[in-house]
Ligand binder design. Structure first.
Ligand code: 13P
Ligand code: SF4
Length: 309
C-alpha cells in the first residue's frame, strides 16, 4: 500500500487536473476527512453539492448522498469511489413497495428522510435530514396526515418533538440501532460528569438517556460550545475526528455497540478509502447516473427542503 502522504499528493494533483472537489461526510475515515474540501452532515453536503462549480464532485459518503448531489447539480460528473457504499435505511425502503404504500394512503403528505433512493425521493412531497426533520414536519398544516419514511427511529423522535401522529415506514439504521443501552449506562456510571449526545437515528431507549439529540453537525457544534468537558458520543465514531480537532482539550468517548467493539463504524461509509478516491479521480469512475425523469421528480421535494432550511 502507498504511504498516506503519497496518496494525498496524488489526490491533490488529480483534483487540480480534473477540476474536482471532494465532499465528505463525518463518518468517513479521518484521512479522507483531512483531504476533503468540505466535511458536513447530509444537509450541508447537499447545499455544497448544489452550489459546486467544479466539473467533478467526488462524494466520500454513501450512494444516496452522491445521488442527491447528482439530482441537485445534474451537469456535473459525480463520482462515488465505491458503488457498494450503500445504506441499510435506503435498502429498507424498496421503491416498488413504497409506491404501493403511498398509493394506499392518498390523503397523506409524504416526508422522506434523505437516506433513501432517488426513486423513493421521486415519490415524496418533502425530503428532510436529521437537522431539519422537526421543522419540515412543523411546516405542514396540522390537519394534514403524514407518512414518514424510511427511519422509524427518527420518525418516532419527530413525533415526540412535534406532537404529530405520523404513519411510520419500518426502516432503521444498522449502525444506530446496535448501540448497547447496557454499555451506555455503564459508561455513564464510569463518567458521571459526561454529557450524552446522540443522533436521532438511535432507538428511543437510547435517546431517553441523551442530554442533547441532533444531526452530526449539530452534535459537533454542541460539543464545541458546551461548557462541559466530557461527552459520550452516541453516533458513528467518525465524527470524533472533527470533535477532537475542534476541541482538543475535551474528552470524547464513543458509545459502544452490542458487538465486542469499543466504537461503532458504518460498514457502508467505511468502504471508501484514499486509494479508491485516487482511482476514481484517475478513471472518472464509478459515475452516479440518475434518469432525467427521476431527477426531475426527485428534485422537487429536495428543493422544498432546501427552501425551508
Ligand atoms: P447526518 O450527518 O445528516 O446527521 O446523517 C447521519 C447519517 O446517518 C448519514 O448517513
Ligand atoms: Fe445508512 Fe446508518 Fe450508515 Fe448512515 S450510518 S449510511 S443511516 S447505515
Amino acid at each position: 500500500m502507498r504511504k498516506v502522504e503519497d496518496l494525498f499528493e496524488k489526490i491533490h494533483r488529480l483534483k487540480k487536473e480534473r477540476n474536482a472537489i471532494i465532499l465528505a461526510h463525518y463518518y468517513q475515515d479521518p484521512d479522507i476527512q483531512d483531504i476533503a474540501d468540505y466535511i458536513g452532515d447530509s444537509l450541508g453536503l447537499s447545499q455544497q453539492a448544489k452550489k459546486a462549480n467544479a466539473d467533478v464532485i467526488v462524494f466520500a459518503g454513501v450512494h444516496f448522498m452522491a445521488e442527491t448531489a447528482k439530482i441537485l447539480n445534474p451537469t456535473k460528473t459525480v463520482l462515488l469511489p465505491d458503488l457498494e457504499a450503500g445504506c441499510s435505511l435506503a435498502d429498507s425502503c424498496p421503491a416498488d413497495q413504497f409506491e404501493k404504500f403511498v398509493k394506499s394512503h392518498p390523503d397523506h403528505v409524504v416526508v422522506s428522510y434523505i437516506n433513501c433512493t432517488s426513486e423513493v425521493k421521486a415519490l415524496s412531497d418533502y425530503i428532510c435530514t436529521s437537522s431539519n426533520a422537526v421543522s419540515i414536519v412543523n411546516s405542514i398544516p396540522k390537519e394534514k396526515k403524514i407518512i414518514f419514511a424510511p427511519d422509524k427511529n427518527l420518525g418516532r423522535y419527530v413525533m415526540k418533538e412535534t406532537g404529530r401522529e405520523m404513519l411510520l415506514w419500518d426502516g432503521s439504521c444498522v449502525v444506530h440501532e446496535t448501540f448497547s443501552e447496557k454499555k451506555l449506562i455503564q459508561l455513564m456510571m464510569d463518567h458521571p460528569k459526561a454529557e450524552v449526545i446522540a443522533h436521532p437515528e438511535c432507538e428511543e431507549i437510547v435517546l431517553k438517556k441523551a442530554n442533547y439529540i441532533g444531526s452530526t453537525t449539530a452534535l459537533l457544534n454542541y460539543a464545541v460550545k458546551s461548557k462541559n468537558n466530557e461527552f459520550i458520543v452516541v453516533t458513528e465514531a467518525g465524527i470524533l475526528h472533527q470533535m477532537k480537532k475542534a476541541a482538543p482539550e475535551k474528552v470524547f468517548i464513543p458509545s459502544p455497540p452490542n458487538a465486542n467493539c469499543a466504537c461503532n463504524e458504518c460498514p457502508y461509509m467505511r468502504r471508501n478509502t484514499l486509494e479508491k478516491i485516487a482511482i476514481s479521480l484517475e478513471t472518472l469512475e464509478p459515475k452516479i447516473e440518475v434518469s432525467p425523469k427521476i431527477q426531475e421528480k426527485a428534485l422537487i421535494p429536495i428543493q422544498r427542503m432546501l427552501e425551508l432550511s
